[in-house]
Structure formats: structure tokens, C-alpha cells
Design a protein around this ligand. Structure first.
Ligand SMILES: CC(C)[C@H](C(=O)O)[C@@H](O)C(=O)O
Ligand code: SF4
Length: 468
């Protein structure tokens, strides 16, 4: 057997047939759908007179267009007619084909990439696909996940397979301990700023090294989630004791025997020692500082105490859009909005970190800050732990789950010119609302910005709090 990377092992174990040098027919263990990218696929299926081959290997979630107003569970209403129609269509399609749906008023509703792992539906060694680019998240548990297009959704519904073009292999090694005040979000922003928004284009990226090994399963999800912002076609982390413990805690259907058996298989999921990677990068965790984006691409990021590089002049459009200039500092830049949430940073660990900074403080005057938990389960847990009370006492809006202002497909939208400290993953022009200005950062940094009313260094804030 030739030596193989983890990625190649996952592809090989799911290859139904080799189509040519570049393509395989790939078997799909789990296919996840949202209301936004699935309707045309069902329409296509019907037009062809086909049906869903494996309904039990499908999961559907209303995530993108749902309002997040703080109403009681069971009383959520989608007022916007086109959005309501998308949700109604999803329900109709799921009912007709017998597909599990987490609908508008389901207690487990939320963002697809938060829900699937938290219910133990994603496991090491699986292929999990979804019509959404952040499906790379699942690599955090040693599953091969990537986004697909609508015609591919249709193909999977009909055949449970995908015609798949193989990716090349990249390895990113990170060693050392993340400095106090920083998190994996800062690390991934640093990596993207160094290798570029196209730096991993065409590659399946495996993350390794002592920093990665020390990350929690949830932090690994943040990392793999954002790898797609460097163009990665997939992101992977070798499953280990941390991943196994996460699955055990979340997969309620696995009894001791099944778990022990599965674990034996999962332990074979790693890159062989001499496996070949076409490209390798190396980073030192000690270099990580709280990172903030200044521009309109996720790779336009700097340490919060740095300056916008002179080379930013080459992207005058971004500078103009953001109302900034080359050489300027971001520290002290006033913000009007704060958004804590998304499939990058809407998990319970993220909310714990933010609440830890916010406790006993208040949102600055003139700032509107909201927390949108990634799922119903995250929301419930945060309420049980008292985190919701901390946010509410500090003046945050405590919302219902969904994608929300990550992409502003509901009514959580920036008004033109508003500047937002956001824990999301994309800062494209208009992403959070027309002419809205997004600064990507960690949950800790967004919390600090909320308290100060401007972009602030959370490490300084922590020092001051310690002296009070
Ligand atoms: C709406 C969906 C297709 C899109 C994606 O693919 O990622 C969205 O989730 C995003 O984050 O931009
Ligand atoms: S939270 Fe944002 S990035 Fe994630 S799926 Fe929703 S819109 Fe896409």
C-alpha cells in the first residue's frame, strides 16, 4: 500500500469508482441542506422524475433567512414573504421525501454547521457535504466536509454520490502555545493574512502541530470553518482523544460497545509518516496576537496594535469602502455595532469567552450589540450557565439562533456606514448590509469593542480590569 495522507484515505474509503485521472464518484455519508441552496435541487429532481435515494442520510435546517428576534421558542415567524416561501418549500420537500428537518420553530434549529456536530451526526472518517462553503468545519472531527453547488445537491439527493475532482494536499503546521488574550480565531486570521485569500486554493489542508493538538474540538471547528477563507477545498485535523471525547459526549446513540469499535476505526485516520504534501507551511503560535481585519477580504488582517500596511494603497477600493487609510491604526476606531455569533464563533465556548470579558461591564453608549447563539442547544446551555444573564445585564440583545448578521439575509442588517466588530468569517463589501463596514475578530475582541465602543486590545482591557 503506498503511503497516503489523511485526505487520500478519506477519499479512497468513499470512492465508488474512479472516473478518470482527476475525478472519482464519491459516496456521501451525510448530506445537509438549508432553505437557501436546496429548492432548485428538489425542483430538478421532480422535473427528472427522480426521488431521494437515502432520505435518512439527509438533514435539513432553516438557518440563513430566519429572524432572530427574542421571542419564545415556538413563536418565531418569518415575515419576509420570499424568505417565508423558502422555509415553506423546504418543509414541503422534507415532508414529501421523508427528510429530517429542523424547522423555524424546532427547539434544535440553528446554523447547520453548529447543529450537525453538536448532535453527534458528524464523526471521524465520514464524508459530509452541504450546499454551503463552510462545510469545511467538519474536518475538525476528522470528517471530509466541503461545500457543493445546487446541481450537485440534486445529484446527491438522487444517488447519494458526487462526481468529485480530487484536491492536492497541503499541510499547515502550528507549534507552541497561543499567547494569553488570543484564540484560534486570531490564529486563523494570522494564517489567512500570511498565505492570502487564495493561498490554499485547490488544496485539502491538514492542520497539525502542538498548537492544533492542544485545541478543543470546538476551537478546531473555528479553524477548519475559516480555512475556506484561504480558498481551501477541505480542512482536516487528525482525530484524536479530544475528538473522540467530543463525539462520545454528543452522539447519544453510541453505546459503549459501538463507541469502542468505532474508535478502533477512527484511530487509523492519520497521514502516513512519509505521505507527500504538495505544499507545506509552518507557523509559530507565539507570533499570534489579537487580529482584526481592516479591509474587505479576510486576508486583510493585522494585529490590533499594528498599522494598516502601506501596501494597502494597492487596494484603494477596500480602504475607501472601510473609511480608512494606509498606515493608520485600528485601535480606538469607534464602532456602532457588535455581532457575536455565526458558524465560526457561535458555539458555547465562544459565548463563555465573551461573557467572561463582559461580566460586570456595560456596552458603551451608542453601541448596539447582539449575541446570536449558533443553535437552540447553545442558547439553552448559555442560559443554564448564566451567560445570557451576563449579556443581558451588560446591555446586549440576547437573540434566537440563526446565521443572522453574518450575511444579513434576515432583518439583522447594518445601515450604510455603520461599523461593526464581528466574530464572523467574511468582511466582503455589503456582507452585513449595504455599505456596512465589518471588522472580523475573535469573540474576546468583539466583547472588548462592545464595552469600549471602539476597537480595543482585549489584553489591555484585561489588565485594567485586574487593577480595578
Ligand atoms: C448562503 C450560502 C450559499 C453561503 C455559503 O456558501 O457559504 C453562506 O452561508 C455564506 O456564508 O456566505
Ligand atoms: S453563519 Fe454565516 S458563514 Fe455560517 S453558514 Fe450562516 S451565513 Fe454562512
Amino acid at each position: 500500500m503506498p503511503t497516503r495522507t489523511l485526505y487520500q484515505k478519506l477519499v479512497d474509503s468513499h470512492t465508488v469508482s474512479r472516473l478518470d485521472e482527476q475525478h472519482v464518484l464519491l459516496y456521501v455519508d451525510l448530506h445537509i441542506m438549508n432553505e437557501y441552496t436546496s429548492p432548485q435541487a428538489f425542483a430538478g429532481l421532480r422535473a427528472q422524475g427522480r426521488t431521494v435515494l437515502r432520505p435518512r442520510q439527509q438533514l435539513a435546517v432553516v438557518s440563513h433567512i430566519i429572524p432572530t428576534h427574542p421571542v419564545q421558542v415556538g413563536q418565531r415567524v418569518i415575515f419576509d414573504p420570499p424568505s417565508a416561501l423558502q422555509a415553506t418549500n423546504l418543509k414541503k420537500n422534507c415532508t414529501e421525501y421523508g427528510i429530517k428537518l429542523l424547522d423555524t420553530n424546532d427547539a434544535e434549529q440553528g446554523i447547520e454547521h453548529i447543529i450537525a456536530p453538536e448532535h453527534g451526526w458528524v464523526r471521524p472518517g465520514m464524508v459530509v457535504l452541504c450546499g454551503d462553503s463552510h462545510t469545511t468545519t467538519y474536518g475538525a472531527l476528522g470528517a471530509l466536509g466541503f461545500g457543493i453547488g445546487t446541481s450537485e445537491v440534486e445529484h446527491i439527493l438522487a444517488t447519494q454520490t458526487l462526481v468529485y475532482r480530487l484536491a492536492d494536499n497541503m499541510r499547515i503546521r502550528v507549534d507552541g502555545e497561543l499567547p494569553v488574550g488570543t484564540s484560534v480565531k486570531d490564529l486563523v486570521l494570522l494564517i489567512i493574512s500570511r498565505i492570502g485569500a487564495q493561498g490554499a486554493r485547490g488544496y485539502a489542508v491538514e492542520f497539525c502541530g502542538s498548537t492544533i493538538a492542544a485545541l478543543s474540538a470546538e476551537a478546531r471547528m473555528t479553524l477548519c470553518n475559516m480555512a475556506v477563507e484561504a480558498g481551501a477545498r477541505a480542512a482536516l485535523i487528525r482525530p484524536d482523544a479530544t475528538s473522540f471525547a467530543y463525539i462520545k459526549a454528543h452522539a447519544t446513540d453510541l453505546d459503549e460497545v459501538a463507541y469502542a469499535q468505532a474508535q478502533q476505526d477512527w484511530q487509523t485516520l492519520y497521514s502516513d509518516e512519509d505521505a507527500a504534501f504538495e505544499v507545506e507551511h509552518q507557523f509559530d503560535a507565539h507570533e499570534v496576537a489579537p487580529y482584526v481585519t481592516w479591509g474587505t477580504s479576510p486576508d486583510q488582517a493585522i494585529p490590533v496594535n499594528g498599522h494598516i500596511p502601506d501596501t494597502a494603497q494597492n487596494d484603494n477600493k477596500a480602504l475607501h469602502y472601510m473609511g480608512l487609510s494606509a498606515g493608520a491604526s485600528l485601535l480606538g476606531l469607534p464602532i456602532e455595532r457588535v455581532f457575536i455569533g455565526s458558524c465560526t464563533n457561535g458555539r458555547i465556548e465562544d459565548l463563555r469567552i465573551a461573557a467572561g470579558i463582559i461580566a460586570g461591564q456595560h456596552v458603551a453608549d451608542g453601541v448596539r450589540a447582539m449575541v446570536v447563539p449558533g443553535s437552540g442547544a447553545v442558547r439553552r446551555q448559555a442560559e443554564q450557565e448564566g451567560l445570557a444573564d451576563i449579556f443581558i445585564a451588560a446591555g446586549f440583545e440576547w437573540r434566537q439562533p440563526g446565521c443572522s448578521m453574518c450575511l444579513a439575509m434576515n432583518d439583522d442588517v447594518l445601515t450604510p456606514g455603520e461599523r461593526c466588530a464581528s466574530t464572523t468569517n467574511r468582511n466582503f463589501e455589503g456582507r452585513q448590509g449595504r455599505e456596512g463596514r465589518t471588522h472580523l475578530m475573535s469573540p474576546a475582541m468583539a466583547a472588548a469593542a462592545a464595552i469600549r465602543g471602539c476597537i480595543s486590545d482585549v489584553r489591555e482591557l484585561a489588565k485594567e480590569q485586574a487593577h480595578v
